[in-house]
Design a protein around this ligand. Structure first.
Ligand code: SAH
Length: 304
């Protein structure tokens, strides 16, 4: 040993390196506590908690993405690639998509008041949902939101536009300097969004020129949403609905039902095979307060 004093130093360095590598590979293990190296029992326990840690990280990922967007500093250790374990990444992706599909299904099958409760109790789950939705839309060749934004750009400026179920409030982002866009969603993912249930908007009667529901008619209390849209609209104001084609039992019957609530249909057109955009104008006369046919099927995503 004395003859080769560098040897020990080298060994120490190697050991240090190996430990560092292991730590990196186990990235999210940090979440569930450190300082028990070599203790096999505890390591086993750690493994058990791994699924929880992964979930925590997914939620942190969502938050980190939001904070990044807001120009804040990125959270430590949650950047892509920090984990460096493809199996773990795959597992995370599966859990992520599972959470998305679960919450998505909830939103389509409960009344909006229950959706409000869901996010009140589990505020972080909204990020998982939100991220999942963004992932889905990335695959779409034609997001109806783009067409709605184009349409709004063609309008005279200064319109009061309500974006109900706005998600990231992309409409306000795109045309907010041209129109007075007010964006509402169950949870506010950025400063453009006002958090509320769109069945009860914090707005006065007859203030809006345009109300948009872009893929947001999710709760089973559809009637409440349409009525609320009509309440905030001026007479002669425009209601735009973009929805997934497969959600309609019969688009014609749906249009008739909306009309009975005090609207005139202006246009109904298929964007692609996937989406339909409808445009209505608010009229004075309400023919039926609970019309037949005002239903939409839930839009459930397939397991990937
Ligand atoms: N309009 C956006 C987002 C569509 S995703 C776009 O086209 O990209 C559907 C959105 O509707 C989700 O963000 C969901 O939270 C919202 N939403 C569903 N029910 C709602 C309700 N009752 N009140 C407010 N927002 C609602």
């Amino acid at each position: 040993q004395k003859k080769r004093p560098w040897r020990n130093k080298l060994r120490k360095e190697k050991a240090k390196e190996a430990a560092k590598k292991e730590k990196e590979e186990m990235g999210e293990m940090d979440v569930i506590g450190e300082g028990d190296d070599g203790d096999k029992k505890k390591k086993k326990k750690k493994k058990k908690k791994r699924a929880n840690a992964v979930l925590d990280e997914i939620i942190r990922d969502g938050k980190a993405a939001r904070e990044k967007e807001e120009g804040e500093e990125e959270m430590e250790g949650v950047e892509e690639g920090a984990v460096g374990d493809t199996k773990l990444e795959d597992a995370k992706e599966k859990i992520r998509s599972g959470i998305f599909r679960y919450i998505n299904e909830q939103l389509y099958t409960v009344k909006s008041a229950d959706a409000v409760e869901l996010f009140k109790n589990e505020p972080d789950s909204f990020w998982a949902y939100h991220e999942g939705f963004a992932q889905q839309t990335k695959k779409w060749p034609n997001h109806p939101l783009r067409l709605i934004i184009q349409w709004l750009l063609g309008k005279d400026s200064g319109k009061v536009v309500f974006d109900l179920g706005c998600g990231e409030a992309k409409i306000a982002e795109a045309v907010g300097n041209r129109h007075d866009v007010r964006s509402f969603d169950l949870v506010a993912v950025n400063e453009r969004v006002t958090a509320c249930d769109m069945a009860h908007l914090p707005e006065k009667d007859g203030v809006a020129d345009i109300v948009v529901f872009c893929l947001s008619l999710m709760g089973t209390n559809l009637l409440d949403f349409i009525k609320e849209a009509r309440r905030v609209l001026k007479t002669g104001g425009i209601l735009k609905i973009a929805e997934v084609t497969s959600r309609f039992v019969n688009p014609k019957v749906f249009v008739e039902a909306v009309c009975k609530l005090g609207f005139a249909v202006h246009e109904r057109k298929a964007v692609t095979d996937y989406f339909i955009i409808m445009q209505f104008t608010k009229i004075e006369k309400v023919e039926n307060k609970r019309p037949y046919g005002l239903v939409l099927k839930p839009c459930l995503y397939k397991k990937r």
